[in-house]
Design a protein around this ligand. Structure first.
Ligand code: F6P
Length: 327
């Protein structure tokens, strides 16, 4: 067991629907154990500035269903420098904070690992990113909501694509990972899915689209992850337009962008976030340190944060085959 009495909590990096639900769970679980909770505003930027606020049960009332994060978030360049992290550790110590719960994606967890390794700060990570690209958890907070938003939008685009027999390239988020693209491609019935994990030759992209559109005179949807090798939907569209065979094809590009990050979290994300936030406090009370709480095969699992940062979560290649098979 631990002698922790006062914890800090922050959200950092790209916001994700369900971060508020996770924060609520951290605060309420901690308060139930008679711990004091300090909210750190604007992620690591606020940690450097000492932008702290005392939190209690009331501070997290009515935030469960809200998108964004009431603590705000940021991507801090200063924190990437050793001086920024030293200042952060100093601020935590002078505020009497014994441990930090960091909610966010890869960069956030990397930051937490460095605070631990360089300054001995006790840290627990909670996976919060729409990208779902974290090793050590089957799902990250925000992923399910983003996926549903993407599918809803693909359905809408399908209507207009079909009405005009058009080709749509729909770009979804995912800098280094194709989890959103692959799954919304399957859920939205895309004719082709392009993700960073695999390299599809331009010649086979063209062949596939032409065989569907010219011979069968129908609309097509290609889902492209933003981090895809050829540089995203706009670049691919340009390359297709340069090919004479594509002259009869009416092509449009739609970049879904930040709509995927906003909105009220789905039921699945709310439950996941609540479980993970509560488990983060449990982990601290049980004396764990420098681990991320995740859910693997339905159960809470703790993984060393360093391992989460250093290992890449693999895409499910069976799903990729399924996507190709059904398109
Ligand atoms: O990490 C989550 C994410 O939404 C990525 O999918 C995307 O590439 C990135 O953040 C966008 O970040 P920003 O809002 O800072 O442009």
């Amino acid at each position: 067991m631990s002698d922790i009495t006062r914890i800090g909590v922050l959200t950092s990096g790209g916001d994700a629907p369900g971060m508020n639900a996770c924060l609520r769970a951290v605060v309420r679980r901690a308060v139930a154990e008679e711990l004091e909770v300090v909210g750190i505003r604007q992620g690591y930027a606020g940690l450097i500035e000492g932008d702290f606020v005392e939190m209690d049960r009331q501070s997290v009332s009515n935030i469960l269903g809200k998108g964004g994060t009431i603590l705000k978030t940021a991507r801090s360049n200063t924190f990437r420098q050793p001086e920024g992290r030293a200042r952060s550790a100093e601020n935590l110590r002078s505020a009497g904070i014994d441990a930090l719960v960091a909610i966010g994606g890869n960069g956030t967890l990397r930051g937490a690992a460095m605070l631990h390794e360089e300054h001995g700060i006790a840290v627990i990570g909670c996976p919060g990113t729409i990208d779902n690209d974290l090793f050590g958890t089957d799902e990250t907070v925000g992923y399910d909501t983003a996926l549903n938003t993407a599918i809803e939008n693909i359905d809408r685009i399908r209507d207009t694509a079909d009405a005009h027999n058009r080709l749509f390239l729909i770009e979804v988020m995912g800098q280094d990972a194709g989890f959103i693209a692959l799954n919304c491609g399957i859920g939205g019935g895309a004719e082709l899915v392009l993700i960073p994990e695999t390299l599809t030759q331009m010649s086979s992209i063209k062949e596939h689209i032409l065989s569907l559109m010219v011979s069968q005179l129908r609309s097509s949807i290609v889902v492209v992850a933003e981090g895809e090798e050829m540089g995203g939907a706009v670049k691919i569209a340009e390359a297709l337009k340069e090919d004479e065979a594509f002259a009869p094809i009416d092509l449009r590009v739609c970049i879904l962008g930040h709509v995927q990050r906003g909105g009220s979290p789905t039921a699945r994300d709310r439950v996941l976030a609540s479980r993970l936030g509560s488990a983060a406090v449990d982990a601290l009370l049980e004396g764990h340190d420098s681990v991320m709480v995740g859910v693997v095969n339905g159960d809470i699992k703790l993984t060393p944060i360093r391992q989460v940062c250093d290992r890449k979560k693999q895409i499910d290649y069976d799903l990729l085959n399924l996507s190709n098979l059904l398109s």
